[in-house]
Ligand binder design. Structure first.
Ligand SMILES: NC(=O)c1ccc[n+]([C@@H]2O[C@H](COP(=O)([O-])OP(=O)(O)OC[C@H]3O[C@@H](n4cnc5c(N)ncnc54)[C@H](OP(=O)(O)O)[C@@H]3O)[C@@H](O)[C@H]2O)c1
Length: 239
């Protein structure tokens, strides 16, 4: 049986992806802070899920998680970092920016590094990060979130290059969703994909070991335009 670790699996994309992975024959270690939600997921298929309650901003506990899993599972084939936070911050309040930086930047790097080195030691593995279409340009309402996603995308590309050059068989995938209807989405908006549809496409991109995937696929068009749109227009039209 293959083993997967999904960090941030209590809700949304991480939860739905974990379900797809169990149906694909994986044993899935699910993590997050809300233990009751993790236990509810495990109860749906107790043999397939392993629960680890963990806050990624507790960096020491990230190390403990990996050393425990090495002892308990021996090998991990796939690691997905789906934890993420981000709120609009019109007044640039530090208290609102900090959790975004801690979860999406500091803890992401901590987990990416632990995962990459775990794979290097075992000789193979697939790391998946969920950045965002937000990684492409800035946004005046949610600056820390957009910048944190740019950081993740850039870091994941670096690890992808590193994996390509490595003697070990390491793949890295950057998933860039547009709008997905999870608790993170702020209200209804255009091109909002259901969690199920978005996650099916993420699952397919993982199976194909893609370097980068826009979710849903039509967001590739937005990404293309955003990359070339002059800032003088972006600041007028971007919400
Ligand atoms: N929904 C969208 O439109 C969209 C678009 C682009 C990118 N994304 C990205 O997709 C990823 C998943 O988000 P989602 O849409 O599925 O939202 P979600 O349902 O809110 O899921 C976020 C997950 O992150 C976990 N998390 C947050 N802080 C954590 C912490 N300190 N320690 C451990 N886990 C933590 C949450 O678990 P606990 O709260 O239980 O800890 C939860 O499982 C995020 O990285 C997000 O930025 C989402």
């Amino acid at each position: 049986m293959k083993n997967a670790l999904v960090i941030g699996a209590t809700s949304g994309i991480g939860k739905e992806l974990s379900k797809l992975l169990t149906t694909d024959g994986y044993k899935v270690v699910i993590t997050g802070r809300r233990e009751n939600l993790l236990q509810e997921i495990k109860a749906t298929d107790p043999e397939k899920y392993v629960v680890k309650v963990q806050d990624v901003t507790d960096l020491k506990s990230c190390e403990t998680l990996f050393s425990d899993l090495k002892n308990e599972l021996k090998t991990i084939d796939l690691i997905v970092y789906s934890s993420g936070v981000g709120d609009p911050n019109y007044q640039l309040e530090w208290e609102k920016e900090l959790p975004t930086l801690q979860t999406n930047v500091i803890s992401a790097v901590k987990i990416y590094g632990l995962a990459y080195n775990f794979f290097r030691e075992q000789g193979y593995g697939h790391l998946v990060g969920i950045s965002s279409i937000a990684s492409i340009r800035g946004n005046r309402h949610v600056p820390a979130y957009f910048a944190s996603k740019a950081f993740q995308a850039n870091y994941l590309e670096s690890l992808w290059m590193k994996g390509k050059r490595s003697k070990a068989d390491i793949f890295v995938t950057d998933i860039q969703p547009g709008f997905v209807d999870t608790s993170m989405a702020i209200g209804k908006t255009f091109w909002m994909a259901s969690t199920e549809k978005a996650t099916k496409q993420i699952f397919s991109a993982i199976k194909k070991k893609k370097k980068k995937a826009y979710i849903t696929k039509r967001w590739a068009l937005v990404a293309f335009v955003l990359k070339f749109l002059p800032a003088s227009l972006l600041y007028k039209f971007a919400t």
